[in-house]
Design a binder for this molecule. Sequence first.
Ligand SMILES: [Zn+2]
Ligand SMILES: [Zn+2]
Ligand SMILES: [Zn+2]
Length: 751
Amino acid sequence: MIRNKYQIKGVVQGVGFRPYIYTLATRFNLSGFVYNDSQGVTIELQGKVCDIELFDETFLDELPPLAHIDNFEKHPIPLKDETTFCIIESIHEENMGKTTLISPDIAVCMDCLEDIKNGGKYHNYFATNCTNCGPRYSIIETVPYDRKNSSMKSFTMCESCKEEYQNPLDRRYHAQPISCSHCGPKLELRVKNEELKIEGDEIFSLTARLIKEGKIGAFKGIGGFHLVCDSTNDKVIKQLRQYKNRPTKPFALMCKNLAQIEQFAFISDKERELLTSKEAPIVILEKLKVNSLKLKISNNLAPNISKIGCFLPYSPLHHLLFEHLESPIVATSANLGDEPIITKSEDIAKLLPFIDFILDFNRDIVNGVDDSLVQIVDEKIQILRLGRGYAPKVITLPFKLSQNILAVGGSGKNTISLAFEDKIIISPHIGDLDSFKAFEYFTRTIETFKRFYDFKPDIIVCDKHPNYETTKWANELKVKNEKLKVVKVQHHLAHIYSVKAEFGLSSDYLGFSFDGTGYGEDGTIWGGEVFVGDVRKYHFKQIKLLGGEKAIKEPRRVALSMLFERYSLDEIFSKRVLKHRTFDLPLLKTFTQNEIKLLHQSYEKNLNAPLTSSVGRLFDGVASLANLTHFQSYEGEAGLLCEMAYDKNIADSFPYSLENNIIDIEFDFFDRNLVSKFINTLVDIVIKIAQKEQLEVILSGGVFQNKTLLELVIQKLKDENINYHHNQKTPTNDGGISLGQIYYAFSHLHD
Ligand SMILES: [Zn+2]
Ligand SMILES: [Zn+2]
Ligand SMILES: [Zn+2]
């Protein structure tokens, strides 16, 4: 006989781990116990040497679906006088650090879907879940993850639920959110201007009817409210766009099943895998050509774009509704402008007075979390928004940290990251920090994560931009606490370091940071930098942003600036033939002559015309020159339109020079293949510099969300046998900045 003690770390709480151990211990005739603590799970096992060996051989192979073990320690201890195996209640030692990882929220599992259809206890129950599925992060207040530390604490289990909860052989053993229609949260439909609140099973058919009638509704989901409406009704989508002040930004569609998606979009094997995964993200798909459409969704869902974001129902509530719906529904985060997703029932009608009905229930959402957004690039996942299903995301380091680090990210698409022991934890998408509410959400998220992990930072990492709210917040903290160390990391270097973090890279590298805008070391705006090691060695020739910030919303200003760089005002106004080109560019007609003259003055005198090396802005300028768009209503719109306009039959590119390490493209603004040639030129530039520098390539920054560009670059790098890395499971956009900041900070701890 021997007795072993195991200490297991990772995602091991609330995922059916203890019952799993119970089942195995019973199978191998072992005695002892298992319990949750603030570090993970502790097990003591006693039995014959051969039986313990059998346990050891088996236990990593048959893990419950949501469990994930990062490491475990095992050592022998003295025998005890006992004959049975039992599960004991959670033990939380006050003086031990909290390191248990919190599971993201997971889509409803097949077994629970069966349960809601089979006429039993869970029949038509919208909040059915088990240890293999359901809400986690969104309902957790603190760890250990027990019902009393979650928003389920206000619901008392009925006898039947309690029985399942206490039976180690039941799928719902210690499923903290367990509940049924007798004892759990209640669903309620409130219709505008109608007194009655509808409860019971007719809710689903009635909600479906309201959607079909062209009404706009709000559904409470897992991480917040969705705004929903019929995806085939042009009129209601137009209304929704007006109400949300969102003229062209694409809407995502929730669809009944894969077969329904295939009626209007193409799904590859990889995309199918993602759509049906337990994370159930929004996957960006290619729309079918008009003549092969079998289901006519509105053209206004993603105007002028051949892509569409789709996801499948992920909560029992969604599945129950789709029993009554024949078409996909628009399902977009319920919020005002770029504010955080609405999570509170009392806010929804107040903030969004235009909605016609609210499908609500009385389980609080403790932590808001948006739907994740992903696409497939080069047959691999590229996560564009880290949200439900993926976040909080954990990266394990090959070594242990002696100090705690908090990184506060940038400004747009913000996330925060923390590092302690051998872990980096990335928060879900917080969003753009332009509003008071968004900033409040940012500080609340920091507090939440500090509470989860009893985390006190020794080092704070932020951007170099002095006016970012996150930078100011870090500086203020330093004033209050002198011992705190503040590290500032240049934005585009942080992008590169996010890739190093994802793949655990430490060697020298060649980092291409193609981005929108970020604060440069020299006070100008960067966004087209090539780093050799940590040194900015190459950058794109800077252009002037006419009107500063305004130019980001108006690609035509960037285009005009590019013209001013080459031609005189007289030439531009002459409308005469110049080397066989006429100055009849449509973008010029969007300005009055006077406006052009004024902008030329500010160009000449450098008045409100900051310099930028941004590749994102070059895309904007090219989009305007090619008459794709002169204004953009959401970030990346011009880039997306360029992707649409790319012609893969065009192999030509523009000449460029690398003199003094300044990348200068010799555009022909009048070329009818301007867009395709520009993208091909960017590919040429990456390859040329990679061949010159002979280092492993890293690609990061918002511009690499451009699937066309990224796939072309990857293909060429493969052809040339050049090693490369790019963000896959972490955002290449500013959602990855906090991760890059943290990785930079501890890579330079001893500088
Ligand atoms: Zn389940
Ligand atoms: Zn119950
Ligand atoms: Zn950026």
